[in-house]
Design a protein around this ligand. Structure first.
Ligand code: HXC
Ligand code: NAP
Length: 258
């Protein structure tokens, strides 16, 4: 049950990079339910259109690759031109696959860093002069791999660690203008592409869930509530933080043992 009430974001403009599926789509949907105009962006234009249609409430879908600064900037400018200053910008586009470093080409490593880390730079740098000042909430979607190393995840670990530091630096640089910059670090979230890739069988998923203090995967809607919270006045003094929405996963294996 959500603690947030209808109309909370009436008149707000929200942009979600990578908002055409999974966790980011859930975030976009929740902001729209609470009254915001929402623009979602991904590479695939049909997927972007379908995502916007599924959200309804005037949401729009745009196509751009976050690795291409000019393309990202062009979409942000279109949203700004039609809807005015952006109140919330979420950077959640990501790519991932399991690969040992010895099986990872230079381009494979670069691809994930380009999408996750450089893409987040492009989204945040691109929106700098288009966001509401003071008042804007910028949110990067990161992951526990940023802090805790994981085999076969060198690319994602390195990229998300960079995202966390980018969040902290931007919080310092843009705080004086009234722009808050935070991250959300989801744990394993049920029914997502990310988990299909990282925990591809039911056995692996169940083993993973059994180690989590809350003993389950999270829901997309639970991450969305965290994004909403970070954008409300209840979080007015919160910037430069990474909010773990992960059932305690990062604490380690919580199964009883001697
Ligand atoms: C080794 C691989 C690989 C694999 C791709 N590559 N898959 N290497 N093992 N399984 C290599 C390719 O061989 C190539 O290198 C390079 O990566 C780029 O591949 P492309 O297919 O050309 O890239 P592109 O079309 O840009 O696609 C990017 C992608 C793709 C990341 C590879 O999977 C994608 O579009 N993913 C988006 C959806 C997604 O991943 N969602 C999950 C995010 S969730 P060479 O040398 O051959 O040219 C998430 C999970 C949880 O992040 C959180 C953890 C951080
Ligand atoms: P997802 O469904 O695959 O969503 C990825 C989104 O990013 C899609 O909208 C995709 O659309 C877009 N995208 C990918 N590459 C892009 C690019 N180069 N340019 C523009 N858009 C691009 O993933 P998810 O599993 O929900 O994960 C969402 C976020 O949560 C990611 O940041 C991920 O790292 C993080 N996360 C997920 C989990 C989890 O359990 N799933 C755990 C921790 C962190 P297109 O393919 O059309 O481009």
């Amino acid at each position: 049950m959500s603690a947030f009430r209808d109309g909370l974001f009436d008149g707000w403009t929200v942009f979600v990079a990578g908002g055409t599926s999974g966790i980011n789509l859930g975030i976009a949907r929740r902001f729209a339910e609470l009254g915001a105009y929402v623009a979602v962006a991904g590479r695939n234009p049909e997927k972007a259109r379908a995502a916007a249609d599924s959200i309804g409430r005037g949401a729009e879908g745009f196509s751009c690759d976050v690795r291409d600064y000019e393309a990202v900037r062009a979409v942000l400018e279109r949203v700004h031109a039609s809807r005015g200053p952006l109140d919330v910008v979420v950077s959640g586009a990501a790519g991932n696959f399991l690969a040992p470093v010895a099986g990872l080409s230079a381009n494979g490593f670069k691809t994930v860093v380009d999408i996750d880390l450089n893409g987040t730079f492009n989204v945040f740098r691109g929106c700098y002069d288009l966001v509401r000042k003071p008042g804007a909430s910028l949110i990067a979607i990161t992951a526990g791999q940023a802090v805790n190393p994981m085999p076969f995840q060198a690319h994602a670990c390195a990229a998300k660690a960079g995202v966390n530091q980018l969040v902290r630096v931007l919080a310092m640089e843009w705080g004086p203008e009234g722009v808050r910059v935070n991250g959300i670090s989801p744990g394993p979230i049920a029914g997502t592409e990310g988990m299909a890739r990282l925990a591809p069988t039911r056995e692996i998923a169940e083993a993973l869930a059994s180690r989590i203090p809350l003993r389950r995967f999270g829901e997309v809607s639970e991450v969305a509530e965290s994004a909403v919270f970070l954008s409300t006045s209840s979080a007015a003094y919160i910037t430069g933080t990474i909010l773990d929405c992960e059932g305690g996963s990062q604490l380690g294996d919580s199964r009883p043992r001697l």
